[in-house]
Structures are given as C-alpha cells and as structure tokens.
Design a protein around this ligand. Structure first.
Ligand code: TA6
Length: 298
C-alpha cells in the first residue's frame, strides 16, 4: 500500500497540489492539470520547473508537462482537418486545455502507487471557439515510474480531429552533454529550416536551437545524461510522433519565464500526435495518448 500526503498550495494565481509519497514528490496545478515538478527522493528532479516560471491564470507555466490539446503548436501549421474544428479568432499556441482549470476527480491508492484523475469539463462543448463534445481525462499514476494518460472520447455526433502533445520538460545537468537515443535514422521535420523534411543521423546531440517533429517514432526514447549518471526512459503509447525542443541562447533570452541560461538545464521531448499522426475520433470513439517516464542510473 502506498502512503502519501496531499497539501494544497497557492503559487502566484494558481491552485496547486503537492503530493508526496515515500518515493517521490509531484507538484500539480489545477490550471491545465499541469504537472509542474516531479522528483524522486534523493535524486535530482526528473521534470524541469523554470527558475523564472510565472504562475498566472490563463498562461501555461514553463515547467513539467503542459497538455497541448485540441491542437499542437501554431494552429495555422496544423492540417486543415484540425484547423476546421476551431471557429474562434486568434488561436492560442498549443490549444486551449493548458490554460484552463481542470477538475480533480480523485486521488487514490492503486497497487503500490497512486492514481490521480482529472477532467476538463469545458471540453464537453464549452471551450471558446471549439464547440465539440469531447470527454477529456488525464490520469496520472505515480509508482516506480510516472505515467500520464490523456484520453479523448468523442461524445458528439460528428467526427472530431485533433493534434495534441504531452509537452514534457525534462531536467538535465547540461543539455550540451545530453543526448536523445531512439531517434536514430528517423525522418523529421526541421521547423527551423522552413519545415524541411530531413533524416536523423545517429543519436540527437544538442548544439544549437532545436525544434523538430520526429516521425514514425518508436515507443521508447531515452535521454542519456552522463553528468548525472542517469538515463530517463520515455515509453509512449497511442503516439507515432514526438517533438524535441530546446530554445538555446537567443530564444531563451526572448522568453520572459526562462532565465537567460535556463536552456542549459532542460530539454523537451513531447509525446505527440502531430503532423500526419493526427487523431480522428468518430462519434463514440476514444483515443489515449500516454507516456511513462522512468529513470535508471548508468
Ligand atoms: O514544442 C515546441 C514548441 O512548439 C516551440 O516551437 C516553442 O516555442 C515551444 O513549443 C514553447 O511554446 P510556448 O507556447 O509554451 O512558449
């Protein structure tokens, strides 16, 4: 049985829960059902929380795992089927779910761990500019590993097409020393070079701004961090695409909620359904996008 403690905390304008077990600690905001930090006892954090994070209503925090839904990134860069779902004016980057309040449905013991469940009630037809009826739930499981599962179920009468991502920020000792394994040989879209399609040679090492959509991704990707002697293992489900991002020097300077050198200590691997890996939900159908985040010492 897991023993755990839940403490409610206010960070700036955001209601949060700090959930601690004998093994790990999670901080989760009600806004976006966003995990803000995750740290296992006696280890450096696994997920990154920006030193200059801004905790404001309507603004996603630069940290943890923002949920990008029902579109990823710039809506105009999405396939027409995703764009056609939105009838509002200015479409916010990364969709609507990350900046709205979710409802905590419960925290319970599950086996040797904990299960935390959220839903976004507004997704049932009340999102501004996005009138479709979808039951949207996020289940977070905390055990040896951290698991996230985002399930969309079409409750309406017509098909719904979405793109989405679990936009995870990982903590690394120094991104210049880290590498991502599992992408070797994959095709990717280089969004920084006019969205040209390229092919990855070897593992991904970071030597400049990086913002890529990897295609036909395998279920396992890893971050190797030699300074912290660890390998973070991501095991995805319901996803065949992943976005890898690091803003590097100039972009980091432009981001008000990131220290100028903050880029050195993070990298994003975003378990996704983007590009040609969209989710089309027929009436009554559901889809789950999941990632399990584990860690081993090397
Ligand atoms: O996932 C990569 C990306 O879309 C980048 O292009 C980038 O700017 C980033 O996400 C962060 O977006 P945000 O809207 O949270 O500042």
């Amino acid at each position: 049985m897991a023993t755990y403690q839940v403490v409610t905390e206010q960070h700036g304008e955001l209601n949060c829960w700090r959930i601690s077990s004998d093994r790990a600690e999670l901080l989760i905001a009600q806004q976006g059902a966003q995990i803000l930090s995750y740290q296992r006892v006696g280890e450096p954090p696994l997920l990154w929380l920006s030193d200059q994070a801004i905790f404001r209503q309507g603004k996603s925090v630069r940290a943890g795992v923002p949920v990008c839904w029902p579109w990823f990134g710039n809506l105009q860069r999405n396939p027409q089927a995703v764009q056609a779902m939105y009838h509002g004016e200015q479409a916010p980057a990364h969709g609507l779910a990350r900046s709205r309040d979710w409802q905590l449905l419960g925290i319970e013991e599950a086996g040797t761990g904990l299960r935390i469940e959220f839903q976004l009630p507004e997704a049932r037809g009340d999102l501004p500019g996005w009138p479709h009826d979808v039951e949207l739930k996020l289940v977070v499981e905390l055990d040896e590993a951290l698991k996230l599962n985002l399930t969309s179920r079409n409750m309406g009468n017509s098909p719904v097409t979405i793109s989405q991502a679990l936009h995870s920020y990982f903590a690394v000792s120094d991104v210049r020393q880290a590498r991502v394994e599992g992408v070797e040989g994959l095709g990717y879209i280089e969004t920084l070079a006019d969205w040209e399609q390229r092919q990855q040679q070897g593992a991904l090492a970071f030597a400049g701004e990086t913002d890529r959509i990897y295609l036909d991704t395998p279920s396992q990707l890893s971050i190797v961090d030699p300074h912290w002697n660890r390998r973070i293992n991501l095991t995805s489900s319901g996803s065949r695409s992943a976005v890898i991002w690091n803003p590097w020097t100039d972009r980091a300077r432009e981001l008000a909620d990131m220290a100028d050198d903050g880029w050195q200590r993070m990298l994003c691997i975003e378990t996704a359904n983007v590009w040609n890996d969209l989710v089309e939900l027929k009436p009554g159908a559901s889809h789950s996008l999941g990632v399990q985040i584990g860690c081993e010492m090397i």
